[in-house]
Design a protein around this ligand. Structure first.
Ligand code: AMP
Length: 284
């Protein structure tokens, strides 16, 4: 496995390897969710590459950039064990030259849901992913359904900017009790870890209502809120039943509706989602 830290090394190294090449962008502190993307990239391509970069521009001023969990040696060992050929671990200066002015912004999609709660977040995501695609030129790039809106924003960006890359979305990996894996789960203490199950409980309620024929989106939102309000450690940021492409809130829900939520458990902000008629929020 080659570990490269500069854009020119990354380019050189990938240029010498066969295609197709699959890229898995991450912020590190890897878990089985990340590794599921890596395995898919490896299975579908001649070469699997990954990036580990805690991207400062996607964090708000009062968010957890400085405390974001990191463990580079462990991450590199995991990637090597999965057969990744190239890992790109740039510095902030490498990705953001001084006096940089250019930002990639994906319009209205970036301002809904997570974008409304975290202004500027998706500009940071779109900008860094553009740089990675530009330099690493993957044939396929792998993203998790866990960050549903991110996949929608990136797909739109790829379409709009005509990036010659296929975006592959992989299912959410969960703990056996239903909690979606996330690097931020490391922040949770024992009590909070139990409380965090309220997210998958609320999503399961939505899926159950849908299965019983409920099609009034507002009723689904209200039922989810009532599940969430039963958890004293939880503070709801938003609950959404939206069109999976436009991310507009729906009046009538149906198969394919994206049900998503963001909840603070203590100081940790967690997100999760399911697609009605498709996913379950329990362990798969
Ligand atoms: P992050 O390191 O949080 O930026 O995540 C890197 C990639 O892993 C993103 O495409 C995430 O959507 C994906 N990912 C994170 N958690 C999970 C999970 N539990 N299941 C599947 N993919 C995930």
């Amino acid at each position: 496995m080659r570990i490269v830290t500069t854009l020119s090394e990354a380019r050189q190294c990938l240029d010498a390897l066969p295609r197709p090449q699959g890229l898995v962008p991450t912020m590190g502190y890897l878990h089985e969710g990340h590794l599921s993307l890596v395995r898919r990239a490896r299975d579908q391509n001649a070469v699997a590459a990954a990036t580990i970069f805690v991207n400062p521009t996607q964090f708000g001023p009062h968010e957890d950039l400085t405390t974001y969990p990191r463990d580079m040696p462990r991450d590199l060992a995991l990637l090597e064990a999965e057969g990744v050929q190239v890992v790109f671990t740039p510095s902030v200066e490498e990705m953001y030259p001084p006096q940089g002015e250019t930002v990639v912004s994906v319009g209205a999609l970036s301002r809904k849901l997570e974008g409304a709660a975290r202004p500027g977040h998706f500009d940071g995501v779109a900008t860094v992913v553009t740089k990675l695609f530009h330099v690493m030129a993957p044939d396929r790039a792998y993203f998790g359904q866990k960050d549903a809106q991110q996949t929608v924003v990136i797909k739109r960006m790829v379409r709009d900017l005509r990036f010659p890359v296929e975006i592959v979305v992989c299912p959410t990996v969960r703990e056996s009790d239903g909690l979606a894996l996330s690097s931020r789960n490391a922040y949770l203490d024992t009590e909070e870890r139990k409380a965090a199950l309220v997210l998958s409980r609320a999503l399961t309620r939505a899926q159950m209502l849908h299965a019983k024929g409920e099609r009034t989106a507002e009723r689904i939102r209200l039922e989810m809120l009532s599940v969430l309000q039963d958890e004293p450690l939880g503070e709801v940021d938003y609950v959404s039943v939206a069109d999976p492409d436009s991310l507009d809130e729906q009046t009538c829900s149906g198969d394919g509706s994206l049900v998503s939520l963001a909840v603070r458990i203590g100081r940790t902000r967690l997100i999760d989602n399911i697609v009605l008629g498709c996913d379950t929020a329990s362990h798969r």
